[in-house]
Design a protein around this ligand. Structure first.
Ligand code: FE2
Length: 243
């Protein structure tokens, strides 16, 4: 499996606190069957100002530690970008941390506030799409607006966004409502990727295996392969090409 949403870079957001925790998270993921990880620290303007240069140097240190420990995993980085008009200038300056390219599109992990979908979100999404960047909207099943009005997702489905559901939502870790909404969105064919959104070992671990078993039991192996391997592989493969 491939995990393309997790907060493993040490000390730069609300994920792993230090290198020891980062390595423990990676070891746990590897034990669970994860072969590739794209770390995605929050880029949340004014809260976690993780611009490309910050992410790059933190990533380098993590890669060196993983090499030293001889952990069998491939690593790359992007970011979980909080919805903000600041995105437009970062994009213009080529400072936006993105996933890779696939089918002439680049992909970007986009986070809405958990409380709601801000007015004008569709305008920013349209701007990104015009620049050939497809937003991958993080955990729609945990957004309070969407929990209240699930059909509001359609605006973004119709625009061509991708959607990433959190593995723990599938296994009930975020409660019954999030679980039901996640499964309903998968059933309707809206969801492209399942990822861990791991932050720490105890409450939000980097585990995908149990969710994968559940998706396979409900929707079959082909769907499971698509959500846990093919789609995350395709949109991040170019990040792993050795330079
Ligand atoms: Fe996240």
């Amino acid at each position: 499996m491939i995990d393309i949403h997790c907060h493993i870079l040490p000390g730069i957001d609300d994920g792993a606190k230090d290198m020891a925790e980062a390595l423990a998270l990676i070891n746990l993921a590897v034990e669970d069957g994860v072969k590739r990880i794209v770390v995605t620290p929050h880029l949340h303007f004014g809260r976690f100002d993780n611009y490309l240069s910050v992410i790059e140097s933190s990533f380098l240190a993590l890669q060196q530690a993983v090499d030293k420990e001889k952990i069998q995993v491939e690593l790359a980085y992007a970011a979980e970008v909080r919805l903000d008009s600041e995105i437009i200038s970062l994009l213009a300056n080529k400072q936006l941390p993105l996933y890779g390219s696939y089918n002439n599109q680049q992909f970007m992990l986009l986070e809405f506030p958990h409380s709601h979908i801000p007015a004008g979100s569709d305008i920013l999404v349209k701007h990104l799409l015009k620049k050939n960047i497809t937003p991958v909207i993080a955990h729609p099943e945990r957004n309070r607006d969407l929990l209240k009005s699930p059909n509001k997702i359609k605006t973004f489905v119709d625009l061509g966004c991708w959607f990433q559901v959190t593995a723990a939502s599938i296994t009930g870790g975020f409660g019954d409502e999030c679980q039901a909404l996640a499964l309903s969105y998968i059933e309707q064919g809206f969801v492209n990727i399942i990822a861990s959104d791991a932050h720490n070992l105890k409450r939000r671990p980097p585990l995908l295996g149990a969710a994968r078993s559940k998706i396979t039991a409900i929707f079959g192996e082909e769907k499971s392969q698509q959500l846990f391997y093919d789609n995350p592989y395709n949109i991040t493969a170019s990040l792993f090409v050795k330079k």
